[in-house]
Design a protein around this ligand. Structure first.
Ligand SMILES: [Zn+2]
Length: 511
């Protein structure tokens, strides 16, 4: 793996409500990528934040009877608080309404597109879904309703600024086709290519200031209009780096090469693979290099939504089951392609089977045996252990397999490579039966080498686990590393690593 710079972002969620589990999935994925690259020695910058300037936020504040900044503040703080709850390592958090870096960057991007002749005024009538913050064409509606939000879009007629997207159709197709703008997985790449091939129409990039109650960023030179919230929000990926003031960070992390990776959900694919790159092409700004697209979570088979009453609060989940259990479920259970169904029972089973029984038990047994049979002292490196070939191979292969899987944004495949060490470790313990070797030493005076070698291999495997698990379960990995690190020549006393969850039933009781 090279030393090239790695800049990774999440989408910026609307702050009309508190965070839900779907966003936890996205930000944990981005966190794993950031942690993984840092451990492999790459310079990393990880950005997240909130999209404050949405009409949705205005409407949510009106419904609650509070001022928009108050609602936005409260919910944005809830997103920022995910850092500790989910064990996140982001370097920067941008809020598009209040961050002083944002507005100058949006204005600069706007003026650059304008200077390139890509912005023009036009009267427009259409159906607008506030949930999507997007005009919908009749063909996109199902029974007259937005398929994403299940509501009828509102008719809107106004004079807006438009962006000449049509000019970029061929260039965008080439960039995605060639992989210069890489879209993963392939099914999403094909979806975008199909969309582009169908023809790109110019799109509206401003709204009337009256309709948005003045909330948002004014169009430079046209105070009756505010910049379309998607134009505004997408720009955060460069405004946070100081694009607006041509700051050194912008040159280091964006304009200066390296990887520029956006982790997003499937619902906003077009914004990131068509609109955003087109704006950048127009403005003469380099494009992102990778768009990693995840699917959605469902809860007990139904889409996460407030109207379904099944919005899972990650804060409550972590409070009850801990960061490790929640991260592990998101990373180990959610497939690369296809929606994943969350239930509390699955979370509990996954955590107990994998963490408490599989991983926790292995480390605990190994540390206990080192204490019982060698007074806490880890035997030094010995000859190759007979029968440990598969375990040794799993340890050796894991880093490369993790690298490959994460390159594809496949977190389940990455965790499977680490998991092979746990499985082979437990299998090896059962096969070599260290307790019998210890008995043979005591009663038959057998030489100590065989047990020394077995314990050495096992402690080495646990250390490799701590190393490779660190991006996925940073807290647990630190505990495992501590258990396997001698202090004054001896391992610390064995301690249980994970609580047992059992079969949680709160969800049912709450109905
Ligand atoms: Zn919608």
């Amino acid at each position: 793996m090279t030393r090239q710079q790695f800049y990774v972002t999440t989408a910026t969620p609307y702050v009309n409500a508190r965070p839900h589990l779907g966003f936890a999935l996205e930000i944990v994925q981005a966190d794993v990528l950031a942690r993984h690259r840092r451990r492999r020695g790459q310079p990393v910058r990880f950005l997240t934040g909130t999209d404050d300037n949405s009409l949705k936020n205005v409407q949510a504040a009106e419904a609650e009877g509070v001022a928009v900044p108050e609602l936005v503040d409260r919910n944005a703080n809830a997103f920022a608080a995910l850092r500790d709850l989910l064990g996140l390592s982001f370097d920067d958090f941008i809020r598009t309404s209040s961050d002083p870096r944002h507005r100058p960057g949006v204005e600069r991007l706007w003026l650059a597109c304008q200077a390139n002749g890509d912005l023009y005024r036009r009267r427009y009538e259409g159906l607008y879904c506030v949930g999507c913050e997007q005009f919908s064409t009749p063909a996109e509606l199902v029974d007259g309703r937005c398929p994403e939000h299940g509501v009828e879009p509102q008719p809107v007629a106004e004079q807006n600024w438009f962006f000449r997207l049509s000019r970029y159709q061929r260039r965008l197709g080439e960039l995605i086709e060639s992989g210069a703008l890489r879209v993963e997985p392939a099914s999403r790449r094909n979806e975008v290519l199909g969309f582009i091939a169908g023809g790109l129409e110019d799109f509206s990039v401003s709204r009337s200031a009256a309709r948005s109650r003045g909330w948002g960023i004014g169009v430079p030179g046209d105070p009756d209009q505010v910049v379309y919230v998607w134009f505004d929000a997408l720009a955060n990926y460069v405004t946070a780096l100081g694009y607006g003031t041509d700051a050194p960070d912008y040159h280091q992390w964006w304009a200066g090469g390296g990887r520029r990776v956006h982790v997003i959900g499937k619902g906003i694919l077009r914004f990131h693979t068509v609109y955003w790159p087109a704006l950048l092409l127009s403005a003469g700004v380099p494009l992102p290099t990778d768009i990693l697209v995840h699917d959605y979570l469902t809860v007990e088979g139904r889409k996460l939504s407030k109207s379904n009453g099944n919005v899972i609060d990650p804060v409550a989940l972590v409070g009850r089951f801990g960061t490790d259990a929640v991260r592990w479920w998101l990373l180990r259970e959610v497939p690369r392609v296809g929606d994943a169904d969350f239930t509390l029972e699955r979370l509990g089973t996954r955590s107990d089977d994998d963490l408490a029984n599989g991983l926790g038990n292995l480390v605990n047994r190994v540390v206990s045996m080192v204490h019982r049979y060698r007074d806490g002292q880890v035997p030094g490196d010995g000859p190759a252990a007979e029968g440990a070939e598969r375990l040794v191979a799993a340890c050796r292969r894991a880093p490369g397999l993790v690298d490959e899987a994460l390159e594809d944004g496949d977190f389940r495949r990455a965790t499977a490579a680490v998991w092979a060490i746990v499985e082979e470790g437990n299998r090896y313990v059962e096969a070599v039966r260290p307790w019998e070797l210890a008995r043979a030493e005591r009663s038959d005076g057998a030489p100590p080498e065989r047990l020394d070698v077995a314990l050495g291999v096992l402690v080495g495997a646990c250390r490799r686990l701590a190393e490779e698990l660190a991006p996925f379960l940073p807290e647990a990995a630190a505990r495992i590393a501590a258990q396997c690190t001698a202090v004054s020549g001896r391992l610390p006393a064995p301690e249980p690593l994970f609580p047992r969850i059992g079969r949680p039933t709160l969800e049912r009781a709450a109905r």
